[in-house]
Write a protein that binds this ligand. Structure first.
Ligand code: GLN
Length: 535
């Protein structure tokens, strides 16, 4: 087993996760089995209780773990199977250590950061190594070098590398080389300082990935190499991508990163064949067709809040050789200005998941506009609940129909709390979570798109379609296209007499990859393109 540790310096948001994932792509294409892992230094046990403004999207795994959004990149860029073992937070480490202490596992000892916390972190690397049976494990340390809370992780990986030996562990540091306008040049000082900090901790990086908005010329590379004590060829330029994040693996390949890694770790593997990846990129950058899709949400100004949704839309485009321009529409703007003004002329509308009341009425207006104008609609989780409420109010004339999440006193609770949730009082990790089977109804559009009878999709919700209303919906044009195998929960719905109006209680976006676009997104983009074309 070989270990690669990815750290970051100078500032956050450098795209460490993308760099780690892209390296994973390259190593996989060299025939290696790769596993990726993320360490998050914050004290929350998981990001499940954090607001998207704090954290961006919460990425849900098959086993129901609520994890960091970088795990989404790992799954989209590689074939590795992730579980809750692949994301470790300081909160989990301390929870384990404190439980051990109470159980008497350290009897007689003073419990300390070194060795108890650091051992627990290393233990987690060993456990995943064993569990994954991979050839290479890439571990990304969240945060920035120098953060107080990240120190135990850095100490742990320093010791770990020492233990496994020089050709079994590699440190890759992602750093920032800013362009200073007034001077008209790139500056290397922050990188020097960040590497100095890392070396002070005892970690000497083997590879420096320099994030920059301008090309890094030879002189600068030499300067960084000398001052940071990293070989010249291991100073890597990672420029901001022009079009798509899926350029990053190809960029790193051009810079020879995978070659460097394999040399350092004594991995004898062939040069990766990235033609399929180039073809994916071609479909994103120079597609044969184009379409515009609206995403109607409430965290529109945040790049990361609907990360997997945006990516899955792009994958749906790849499946149709169709470039997608995503128009981010604030649901509250629709409340103020009306749906037509903001949604007219688009190919389709997507309403993603969400919690809380803000923007709900705007989303309902968007769903109504899609239904009434035959505009393709894809609803995800809350997006399905919205479609249900809209149909109840405006087609079935159930006045003030609502979800009890937003109006506990509604006369028509068409969306209500899951039975299993009514007794839940704790907030962390208690929703209906993870992959669950859904049985599709033969003859529905959903079943046709999936081309399957049973699918497994990931969930994250507390509310669901209220079965007391099944009959009256069914008598109208509202079709239930999928249920849990026991028939109890509605998992997916669609409208008859509409070119494409599908909404799921689960989150299909978590299962989409550029090389395996999700069937619902594929169908949605095809319908959206057909819709734009027909006008
Ligand atoms: N708030 C809704 C629920 O809990 C929808 C959740 C979601 O969209 N992920 O059921």
């Amino acid at each position: 087993m070989k270990y690669i540790f990815v750290t970051g310096g100078v500032v956050s948001s450098l795209g460490k996760g993308l760099t780690a994932a892209s390296l994973g792509t390259l190593l996989e294409n060299r025939g290696l089995k790769v596993v990726l892992q993320k360490f998050d230094p914050y004290l929350n046990v998981d990001p499940g209780t954090m607001n998207p403004y704090q954290h961006g999207e919460v990425y849900v795994l098959d086993d129901g773990a609520e994890t960091d959004l970088d795990l989404g990149h790992y799954e989209r860029f590689t074939n590795c199977q992730l579980t809750r073992l692949n994301n470790l937070t300081s909160g989990q480490v301390y929870q384990t250590v404190l439980n051990n202490e109470r159980e008497g596992k350290y009897l007689g000892k003073t419990v300390q950061v070194i060795p108890h916390v650091t051992n627990e972190i290393q233990n987690r690397i060993h456990v995943l190594a064993e569990h994954s049976k991979a050839d290479v494990m890439i571990t990304e340390i969240g945060g920035t070098t120098g953060d107080i809370e990240g120190l135990p992780f850095l100490e742990a990986i320093r010791e770990f590398a020492l233990e496994v030996g020089p050709h079994n562990a590699l440190f890759l540091h992602v750093t920032f080389v800013p362009f200073i306008k007034a001077a008209g040049e790139l500056k290397t000082k922050p990188t020097q300082q960040s590497v100095a900090k890392l070396r002070e901790i005892g970690i000497a990086p083997h590879i420096l990935v320099c994030r920059c908005e301008r090309p890094l010329d030879k002189d600068l590379r030499r300067k960084i190499s000398v001052f940071c004590n990293v070989p010249f060829e291991a100073v890597i330029e990672e420029k901001d991508v022009d079009h798509s994040i899926y350029e990053v693996p190809l960029m790193l390949q051009r810079e020879g990163v995978d070659e460097l890694v394999c040399r350092q770790l004594h991995l004898d593997t062939p040069v990766p064949d990235m033609t399929h990846w180039q073809e994916i990129l071609r479909k994103i950058i120079a597609p044969q067709r184009r379409v515009r899709i609206a995403v109607v949400g409430k965290y529109i100004e945040l790049q990361d809040a609907y990360k997997s949704v945006y990516e899955a839309i792009i994958h749906g485009g790849v499946a149709n050789d169709c470039g997608v321009e995503i128009q981010k529409v604030d649901a509250e703007d629709i409340e103020r200005e009306g749906a037509e003004k903001l949604l007219k002329g688009l190919g389709g509308i997507l309403v993603p998941g969400g919690f809380g009341e803000r923007g709900i009425e705007g989303k309902i207006l968007a769903a109504r506009y899609a239904r009434e104008t035959s505009l393709p609609y894809l609803g995800l989780c809350l997006g399905m609940q919205i479609a249900t409420i809209e149909f109840a109010r405006n087609v079935l004339n159930l006045t003030n129909a609502h979800s009890t999440e937003f109006n506990p006193d509604t006369p028509h609770p068409v969306i209500a709390m899951l039975d299993e949730q009514t007794k839940v009082t704790k907030k962390g990790g208690t929703m209906r979570l993870g992959a669950q089977p859904c049985q599709l109804v033969v003859g529905t559009k959903a079943a046709r798109l999936y081309g399957a009878f049973v699918v497994k999709e990931r969930h994250r919700h507390r509310y669901e379609f209220n079965n007391a209303y099944r009959e009256i919906f069914q008598k109208a044009d509202f079709i239930f296209s999928g249920f849990t195998p026991d028939g109890k929960l509605v998992e997916i719905i669609e409208l008859a007499n509409h070119p494409f109006f599908i909404a799921s209680q689960f989150h299909p976006e978590f299962h989409s990859k550029p090389h395996q676009p999700h069937p619902l997104f594929k169908g949605f983009i095809a319908a959206a393109h057909a819709h734009s074309h027909s006008r």
